[in-house]
Design a protein around this ligand. Structure first.
Ligand code: ZN
Length: 432
């Protein structure tokens, strides 16, 4: 595998046939920041039904191998919630733990799709440690997927994410957790993670710039196309970085080019959590630039949002191929809902459909409820609601979860190089 795709820069168009390094994250030219995108040899959605989990779409994933124990996104038509909202064609994409629906992502997050795809992009035999920064869900997904595979990884999280760090099954000894103390938030964890990744023996996952991260998450749109027989007219998701929104848009472009799933792009409806909704603020003003929010003010607002995972202060919004372009190309809309609306949405879902949602998925549903009330969605139009996490309370009841405690303590986001290296010494000592 590997020759089934090329990468192209969305700013200058430079093409890469077979990148030698595991993760090419940018074109290297001196121009404004831009994402790379995978160009697949297959023009029509290729489905390899015998492959495990999301790897049924392996020819539309930028990967070098497949991993055996892989889950997949599940898409089904809603009855009870659809009737409540008076929608005739409401489809739910559920990524989490809901065995009755065939959903078996035990990290209870769609970020497990991204972890599997990123892991499968690695060359076989890669023993350096991949560094991934996370606000919570991504880190948990990497702990889960990389432990199962025995692939080295270091997850870097802010301290408010620690309650969300757990795993089912055993943690592999080379899969480790670092915490940034001292009031650090997600953006601080990204910055510390980047510094660690530049040290010998480590390399960066790359976040939104990693094409495998985006196309792994984008398999939700492919599963939807298979379930509906066409692309949905509307797509709802909660966003913190917006990478899932970009990913869905990119897969929609490929489906449109395929020709069998309709000549339209699903309209992106991206939902943020009040009072920290900088992408909503920018999009409402029609601006490509995010509003400038002073760091302490941003952290104060982030402390009050419904889900800490929706908290990136530097989302990939303005760059070529980023959230602004995805919204513009799909005639998208943005929302910001209150914690109260999100909590109500979660209770409604559990009573009607019978599964608990994680906080970000509650935000997404609250956005759909708002959009329906505003008349943004026609009754007969197909809607895909991406429920990006759920089922965690079920795992608690079944006593399947084990807390993961940090292996590395980083005193604060601003610590010096010497202190950072010292924090990691313990880790390297354990590894050697
Ligand atoms: Zn370029």
């Amino acid at each position: 595998m590997g020759s089934h795709y090329r990468l192209t820069c969305l700013h200058c168009g430079k093409l890469f046939d077979d990148p030698q390094e595991p993760f090419l994250l940018g074109c290297g030219e001196n121009h404004p920041p831009a994402l790379l995108r995978a160009l697949y040899a297959e023009q029509r959605l290729p489905v390899d039904a015998q492959e495990p989990g999301l790897f049924r779409y392996r020819r539309w994933l930028p990967i070098r191998q497949t991993w055996p124990a892989a889950g997949n996104p599940v898409v089904f038509q809603s009855r009870a919630l659809a009737a409540h909202l008076k929608l005739d064609a409401l489809f739910l994409a559920f990524s989490g733990f809901w065995p009755e629906r065939g959903a078996a992502l035990e990290s209870c997050s769609f970020k497990e799709l991204e972890a599997l795809s990123v892991g499968a992009r690695l060359p076989q035999g890669e023993r350096r440690t991949l560094v991934v920064s996370s606000a919570g869900n991504t880190g948990r997904a990497f702990l889960q997927a990389f432990s199962r595979q025995g692939q080295p990884a270091l997850v870097v999280v802010p301290e408010n994410a620690l309650p969300h760090m757990w795993i089912t099954g055993d943690r592999h000894p080379e899969v480790r957790l670092a915490v940034v103390r001292g009031g650090g938030d997600y953006s601080d964890a990204i910055q510390v993670g980047n510094r660690i990744a530049s040290l010998p023996g480590f390399f960066p996952e790359g976040g939104a710039r990693n094409v495998a991260r985006r196309d792994g998450m984008g398999t939700v749109m492919l599963a939807a196309a298979e379930a509906l027989g066409e692309s949905p007219r509307h797509y709802f998701q909660a966003v913190g970085s917006g990478t899932g929104g970009i990913a869905s848009w990119e897969m929609s472009l490929r489906l449109r080019q395929d020709g069998r799933f309709g000549d339209w792009l699903p309209r992106l409806h991206l939902v943020q959590s009040e009072p920290f909704a900088i992408m909503r603020d920018a999009w409402d003003r029609g601006a490509r630039e995010l509003p400038a929010v002073e760091e302490q003010e941003a952290k104060r607002r982030i402390a009050r949002i419904h889900s800490p995972v929706l908290s990136n202060r530097h989302p990939p919004y303005a760059l070529d191929g980023g959230v602004f372009d995805a919204l513009q190309d799909s005639a998208g809309k943005t929302y910001a809902v209150s914690c109260e609306e999100a909590g109500q949405a979660g209770r409604l879902f559990e009573s009607l459909e019978g599964c608990d949602l994680d906080a970000a998925a509650e935000v997404a549903l609250a956005g759909l409820i708002r959009a329906v009330a505003q008349g943004q969605v026609g009754r007969a139009e197909s809607v895909l609601l991406n429920l990006t996490g759920g089922g965690a309370r079920r795992l608690i009841r079944e006593r399947r979860r084990t807390r993961v405690h940090p292996d590395v303590e980083i005193a604060g986001p601003g610590i010096g190089e010497g202190q950072l290296a010292e924090s990691l010494n313990l880790l390297q000592g354990v590894r050697s």
